[in-house]
Design a protein around this ligand. Structure first.
Ligand SMILES: Cc1ncc(COP(=O)(O)O)c(C=O)c1O
Length: 281
């Protein structure tokens, strides 16, 4: 099931071609995207997602269509989604640079069903492996042209890492920096619980600012938890009371093992983390 909307709010045939073969998004992965959860017709964290889309566009020096156009396209997808059969969906916003020399970016919003594998991960938790990402934790500041905090369309490395995880019999990846500190997953933010403190990696280490982690921390602070955005080594993953991979569609997915070693994965604590996150909506 797909519902495709253009930025003027019109609905298009998702099976018909939309892009020219020489669009730089196709030729070079030169573009940006966001994936937003819509639950019961309501977008979650739409503001933070559009803020991040603007941040990515600024890093790529991409002339992003106005915010109202993205909001209109999301609304059109919501209005045309079969809510009776699918109470949740993911809307993907995509903006490519367009054809070389035209300065005319192309964008769309596409609603998609939540995949069965994602639902399984949400309910059963996941086995993760740590994989090297190959950059130092201070690289983002030294080398902004590497676009480390942008959500670009160039996700081939992220997808290759997921295939490597599958080859090792795992579901997910936790990337580490050259000094062994924890970065993020290929499509998720890492969150740890230590007592009543939640930890996550700072975006300044060259990772995406997670909107799901942001929502969890907002609710946790209101409920009296401490939150820390700080660099931590991979060893902390094994010493914490719980580890989650957070993302808009996967939500708070509990990690059950890392590199084949079982870690603490308490069901009650998971339920509490889930409740905190859901209390936002
Ligand atoms: C690399 C990366 N980090 C983190 C996230 C989590 O971000 P969010 O919670 O905003 O979906 C994603 C989402 O897909 C991602 O691709």
């Amino acid at each position: 099931m797909r519902v495709l909307a253009l930025l003027d709010g019109t609905i298009a045939d998702p099976q018909a071609p939309l892009f020219r073969a020489d669009d730089l998004g196709v030729m070079r992965g030169d573009g940006i995207f966001e994936t937003i959860l819509i639950a019961d017709r309501k977008p979650r964290e739409l503001g933070p997602h559009l803020d991040r889309l603007e941040h990515s566009a600024a890093l790529l020096q991409l002339r992003l269509p106005e915010r109202a156009a993205w909001e209109r396209a999301v609304r059109a997808v919501i209005d045309n989604w079969p809510w009776d059969t699918d109470p949740q969906m993911a809307v993907k916003l995509v903006c490519t640079r367009g054809v070389e020399g035209d300065d005319n970016p192309n964008g769309f919003a596409m609603g998609m069903q939540i995949e069965a594998d994602t639902l399984r991960k949400r309910s059963e938790g996941v086995a993760a492996v740590t994989l090297e990402r190959g950059y130092a934790p201070d690289l983002m500041e030294r080398a902004p042209w590497l676009l480390l905090s942008a959500k670009t369309l160039s996700y081939a490395v992220n997808m290759a890492a997921m295939r490597e995880a599958a080859a090792r019999g795992a579901d997910e990846v936790i990337f580490t920096a050259t000094d062994g500190s924890v970065l993020e997953g290929p499509t998720s933010t890492v969150v740890l619980a230590q007592g009543h403190t939640l930890l996550t990696t700072p975006p300044s280490l060259g990772i995406l600012k997670g909107t799901t982690q942001g929502a969890l921390f907002r609710a946790a602070e209101k409920a009296g938890w401490q939150t820390r955005v700080t660099k931590f080594p991979a060893s902390a993953l094994f010493e914490s009371d719980g580890v989650w991979l957070a993302s808009s569609v996967r939500l708070m997915t509990q990690v059950r093992s890392i590199d084949g070693i079982e870690i603490k994965a308490d069901a009650d604590l998971h339920a509490e983390i889930d409740r905190l996150y859901e209390s936002n909506y």
